[in-house]
Design a protein around this ligand. Structure first.
Ligand SMILES: CSCCC(=O)/C(O)=C/O
Ligand code: FE2
Ligand code: NI
Length: 222
């Protein structure tokens, strides 16, 4: 835990020279402002509603990372010049970028696209999205096949690993402007579930599901 900002407090009933110094922890992850994740309820009400469980069950960034889901908070107002985004692109080899606005006026075949985004699917490559405006929900399956809803708002960047089952929906604001990145020529093809025979799915299971099961077995034996 990183503790910063020591705050001086004067003890009540003492002379002002008697002070205690309290270390106030300021380790709030900046991503919390633009990304939140929680387990979903089972209701088939409007997909654009939050669908929290009762009581709410939030999911941490570490839990997401264990599923291969990576995230950042970046500068949405200056993304063309943002050094952090530049670094991520260089390190991960994202040579392609375009803008995808999801709303009836901007997205051709809007109704059909909205429907297909919400079909459970996987891709054979990473799905990399940076929310430059608006917001939306990326739902991902955990290891037990439960849905985790990841709310991505302006400034939030998310990477879903190749082979993870997921889906996307707008939220109640009905608008997102997402930057899409890719290594080389983009392939957006969704492979709807079930598609477990695909090498990308097998690799995902090896990297993020089987490894975790193996680690748990080692920990249990220790
Ligand atoms: C906000 S980008 C549109 C959703 C999308 O591209 C996708 O692949 C969802 O899984
Ligand atoms: Fe997708
Ligand atoms: Ni997808």
């Amino acid at each position: 835990m990183v503790c910063k900002n020591p705050i001086e407090k004067t003890l009540p009933g003492t002379h002002c020279s008697s002070k205690i110094v309290t270390m106030v922890s300021s380790d709030k992850d900046p991503r919390q402002e633009v990304l939140q994740a929680w387990y979903m309820d089972d209701s088939d009400e409007d997909q654009r509603l939050p669908h929290h469980k009762e009581p709410k069950e939030f999911v941490s960034f570490d839990q997401l990372a264990e599923l291969g889901v990576l995230s950042w908070k970046l500068d949405a107002d200056n993304y063309e010049t943002d050094p952090e985004l530049k670094k991520i692109r260089e390190e991960r080899g994202y040579t392609y970028m375009d803008v995808c606005e999801v709303c009836p006026e901007k997205l051709p075949n809007y109704e059909q696209k909205i429907k297909s985004f919400f079909e459970e699917h996987l891709h054979t490559d990473e799905e990399i999205r940076f929310c430059a405006a608006g917001s939306g929900y990326f739902d991902v399956r955990d290891r037990n096949d439960a849905w985790i809803r990841v709310w991505v708002k302006k400034g939030g960047m998310i990477i879903l690993p190749a082979g993870i089952y997921h889906r996307f929906t707008l939220d109640e604001t009905n608008y997102i402007k997402a930057l899409r990145f890719f290594v080389g020529e983009p392939v957006w093809t969704p492979h709807n579930r079930p598609n477990d025979h695909l090498p990308a799915r097998q690799q995902y299971l090896q990297d993020f599901v089987e490894k975790d099961v193996a680690n748990q077995a080692v920990n249990a034996a220790a």
